[in-house]
Design a protein. Structure first.
Length: 266
């Protein structure tokens, strides 16, 4: 019997909306002093992050506990930076909104409202990471890294190598009563940090290139919704949610190339 339910569809739709909004709203530009660290090597963070986490937890399960603490310490300031700087339309004063979100996430841990606030904090932090990376890495390398991330994600999921480490990570709690900010959990559906991470990276790359982001964000949402129809297959309960983001990137690149070829030459 399929695990798809009305509650799953609603929760999953919110998570997919988080992905699409990150593509649409992540901005461009970094402080000049950060550009001193510019290097194409930073693009390796994308594919290596998923490989490191999966392999690391498989070998040392206690790594999951460390990652929950890293998320607890870094996600709230990352979300504040997103609201105050990294998102299009951000204002410094908006950064303060991260405080009530964190309070709700902590006080409401285990409730849908509290876990939704935690999920929003986690998603927002991905915009900050994406904008920072796009500010120090040439776009072409980030695009390649994003596609590599999705390929590795798909191999691990369909090879049943991601599920066990992922379950260990999702079960880890930094401290009793503390929110889990290492993934997005809406009770009836969940999404890994990497899946919003790639969305934030894509949004930042598009912003750097000065391209229209809302149409591509819509493509991400549609592709993700169609991709998740695979959950109707009884044997599938986990999908690599980074794949639709990479697919939308490839489609947008193909479309841009076609427009350049067909554009009238002056």
């Amino acid at each position: 019997m399929s695990a798809v339910s009305a509650q799953f569809i609603q929760a999953n739709s919110v998570l997919l909306a988080f992905q699409a909004l990150l593509v649409a709203l992540t901005g461009a530009g970094v402080p000049r002093w950060i550009t001193r660290a510019a290097s194409r090597g930073w693009a390796l963070i994308l594919p290596l992050s998923i490989a490191f986490v999966v392999a690391g937890i498989e070998v040392v399960p206690q790594l999951a506990d460390a990652l929950t603490w890293i998320a607890l310490l870094l996600v709230p300031p990352g979300a504040a930076l997103a609201l105050g700087w990294a998102l299009t339309g951000a204002r410094p004063a908006y950064a303060l909104l991260a405080v009530p979100l964190l309070v709700l996430a902590w006080a409401g841990t285990g409730t849908l409202a509290g876990d939704a606030a935690a999920a929003l904090l986690t998603a927002l932090s991905a915009a900050t990471v994406g904008r920072l990376l796009a500010g120090v890495v040439p776009a072409i390398y980030l695009k390649a890294g994003l596609v590599a991330f999705a390929v590795i994600d798909a191999i691990l999921v369909f090879g049943n190598q991601l599920q066990a480490p992922n379950a260990t990570l999702n079960a880890a709690v930094p401290a009793p009563g503390a929110p889990q900010l290492q993934f997005l959990d809406l009770h009836h559906a969940s999404m890994g940090y990497g899946d919003v991470f790639v969305a934030g990276v894509l949004g930042a790359v598009l912003a750097v290139e000065g391209r229209r982001r809302w149409p591509i964000a819509l493509v991400v949402f549609v592709f993700a919704a169609l991709w998740d129809l695979l959950f109707l297959i009884d044997s599938i309960n986990t999908l690599p949610a980074s794949v639709p983001v990479a697919a939308a990137l490839l489609v947008s690149e193909a479309w841009s190339a076609r427009m350049r070829v067909t554009a009238p030459k002056v």
